[in-house]
Design a protein around this ligand. Sequence first.
Ligand SMILES: [Zn+2]
Length: 241
Amino acid sequence: MTDDIDHADRAVRLLGPERWREAADAYTMGAYGTLAGYEGFKRALTDDRTSAGDGLCYLVLAGVCAQLAGDDAGARNRGLQGVLVATDYRRRVDGVDAAACHEWVGHCRTLADSDGAEEAYDRAAAAYEDADPDDPSTATTRPLLQAGTDLLTQLSRPDDAAWDDIHGDGSNALARRVRFARARLPAFLDAREREGHLHAPRGSTEYGNDSYRCPECGANDINHVADTVLCLRCDVATERV
Ligand SMILES: [Zn+2]
């Protein structure tokens, strides 16, 4: 394990051992650091992923970890913080990015179990339609949208919803994306709570790498993520054999 400068990476390493309260705190600090421009300063200067989108993503993940720790008030607070961040950020951006802020309000209200998620998704759908970018698929790589895709893919694990599950063939990507989030996010959140586990995000993965064996479950499928190598199945730090 390297140093713990990156709070969000530290949060990911706490998921396998299921240290939910600490993971919630680490994701929260990752969110605050990202929003302040401090988090992830090991990344390259030009890495535009160090953005409000990642901050919002970490707030939602912090809320999920809080829920797993039995801290429903903490989960709700993270969701409502995210609503305020996204609402405020929307005043400074336009077009597809403004639509993405409505979408984030939908995600955060869903997490917080507060009224208004449906209305936020309606506004997101309408704003994406108004923005009408020439290439909707490419628009999904904008930082505020990419972070939303990252959130949905991580929360969907182990089912591993992929980009095209969320966006279809790309032609109607933005409308589909809102429909997907509205329909599936509540089920993803329920499933994580039922299983009592949030999986690490998928980094670069390898199946059947005989150089590794998971000390918990014995699997040799590995996930290079958060500056370390985790078991792809159960998220604990895997070991070289
Ligand atoms: Zn394992």
